[in-house]
Ligand binder design. Structure first.
Ligand code: NAD
Ligand code: GLY
Length: 357
């Protein structure tokens, strides 16, 4: 088992290993005294892992209650957020109790936001069960729900007390869902780590624990430097401005990781056209994503995507910050006027479409 320390405003460990689901209660018990634990999970993960998690928590002295919601991005909603808060209140949860987010990024973001706001903040533990949640969303304390206007528009920074990642849980993931995590892993490679990027071009599944640990180490360092997303942490949004717009335009039929993959390709082609990225960078990113079974184009028009992207959090007044690759392993932040966004998106979409034909 690997242990990675996240040195945020409240520090915690991320534990990565195999077979941790059956001892998660014991692991949590080392950092939190036995208390009541509200397990929040979706209906798919409930059927797969909740009983084992409950058994382990109860064995370590925790008293569990459980809230289950339907799987999928549309559950990351204000309605579910409110229902969970009412559930906690009805069960007379107090600040000495904990929330346990068991599942993918939807569960972690939703349960995390409940933990951030119930009684002005209670402790919570992340038990990620998707590759995406393991490498990204369970670490760093960003929690949120979606609004009609866009992704993650209501949320809070609230760090977990512990993250327990059992990589064996990936064995039950459908290929498409696994690929969502691959997109975020390729993203880490493009941002900071050429070697990790190259690893993702080969047969990487045998090394999954090491890959999760490598991604968590990168994220832990970035979060330690810029927990509240005012500078360096924005690099983690590579592919996300267009990605979030694609998710929204598709009514969330295109999943987060798939949308981010397209967003990365679009950003890379735009960056090359603007002379920011070294020649060949966009092709290398696109080829790698395709090899990993991910899309790099979509049917949406540049104008639709640019319009949708303007309701993103990355907009500030009349400007929006884009993350653009310079080469594999190095990205930069570029502030542009919102009026220039359409031409950036058009350049990127055109480049990606041309490359794919
Ligand atoms: P998800 O939570 O919807 O999970 C995807 C699907 O996999 C669901 O249907 C779920 O039921 C199923 N599933 C989960 N674990 C399983 C398992 N072990 N076996 C079989 N099926 C399983 O989606 P996701 O891709 O994990 O997360 C996407 C979300 O994460 C998006 O809402 C995105 O905005 C968010 N996100 C947040 C951050 C952050 O920093 N907070 C970072 C990246 C992404
Ligand atoms: N996933 C982006 C971040 O945590 O900042």
């Amino acid at each position: 088992m690997e242990k990675i320390r996240v040195k945020a405003s409240s520090e915690y460990d991320v534990l990565v290993g195999r077979g941790l689901i059956d001892i998660c209660g014991e692991l949590v018990g080392k950092v939190i005294k036995p208390c009541r634990a509200a397990l929040i999970t979706d209906d798919t993960v409930d059927g797969l892992y909740a009983a084992r998690v409950e058994k382990s928590f109860e064995k370590s002295g925790f008293k569990c209650i459980k809230f289950v919601f339907p799987h999928g991005e549309s559950s990351k909603s204000f309605a579910n957020y409110e229902e969970i808060l009412e559930f906690l209140a009805e069960n007379k949860f107090t600040r000495s109790d904990i929330i346990v987010a068991l599942g993918g990024g939807v569960t972690g973001d939703l349960a995390g936001f409940c933990a951030a706001s119930f009684l002005r903040g209670v402790r919570f533990v992340q038990i990620p069960t998707t590759f995406l949640a393991a490498v990204d969303s369970s670490v760093g304390g960003k929690t949120a729900v979606n609004l009609k206007a866009g992704k993650n528009l209501a949320g809070a920074f609230h760090q977990p007390a512990l993250v327990v990642c059992d990589t064996d849980t990936f064995n039950t993931l459908p290929e498409e869902v696994f690929a969502d995590g691959v997109a975020e892993t390729v993203k880490y490679g493009v941002i900071t780590d050429k070697k990790l990027f190259e690893t993702m071009q080969g047969n990487f599944k045998a090394d999954i624990e090491k890959i999760v640990a490598a991604c968590v180490k990168i994220k832990a360092q970035i979060v330690a430097n810029d927990e509240f997303d005012t500078g360096e942490r924005m690099l983690l949004n590579l592919g996300h401005t267009i990605g979030h717009a694609i998710e929204k335009c598709s009514d969330f039929k295109i999943t987060h990781g798939h949308a981010v993959a397209i967003g990365m390709a679009v950003a890379a082609f735009a960056a090359e056209k603007e002379g920011i990225a070294e020649r060949g960078t966009a092709a290398e990113i696109t080829d790698t994503l395709i090899k990993c079974g991910l899309p790099t184009t979509c049917g949406y028009k540049s104008a639709e995507l640019a319009e949708s992207a303007l309701s993103d959090k990355k907009r500030s007044g009349g400007e929006i910050t884009l993350v653009l690759p310079e080469r594999i392993g190095k990205c930069c932040l570029k502030k542009i006027k919102t009026d220039s966004l359409l031409s950036f998106v058009s350049e990127g979409i055109e480049g990606a479409n041309k490359y794919n034909t």
